[in-house]
Design a protein around this ligand. Structure first.
Ligand SMILES: [Zn+2]
Ligand SMILES: [Zn+2]
Length: 111
């Protein structure tokens, strides 16, 4: 079961949704990366890696980081100040550089 959290900037209202388990994937017979979507447990069991959503806290770019090919810098601006979108609580908003991300208590989504 995947769980989502929405973070909202307390100054500008910029919001980012984070999923607890990212985007698990497996490699098919052709060697291509395929994402396993819920509730496909048979495919989930074959997963070899996970592309998790990240947010650059410097430029605000959203990108995925492959667990098998981790990166140490934002692909857009080169900053090393980025975070998984599921762990943004208390982080500075890259959109206005003034506010802080807080969990939106009204947002609840489970797939
Ligand atoms: Zn903001
Ligand atoms: Zn960046």
């Amino acid at each position: 079961m995947a769980e989502a959290i929405q973070y909202v900037c307390d100054k500008c209202g910029h919001s980012v949704v984070g999923w607890s388990d990212g985007n698990p994937y497996y490699i098919d017979e052709q060697g291509k990366k395929q994402y396993a979507y819920h509730p496909d447990h048979e495919r989930l069991a074959r997963c070899v890696g996970n592309d998790s959503d990240h947010l650059c806290l410097s430029c605000g770019a959203e990108f995925r980081v492959d667990s098998r090919e981790p990166i140490s810098a934002c692909p857009k601006c080169g900053s090393d100040d980025f975070e998984c979108t599921f762990r943004l609580d208390g982080k500075q908003c890259p959109s206005c550089k003034n506010g802080t991300f807080r969990i939106d208590p009204d947002y609840h989504c489970i797939s």
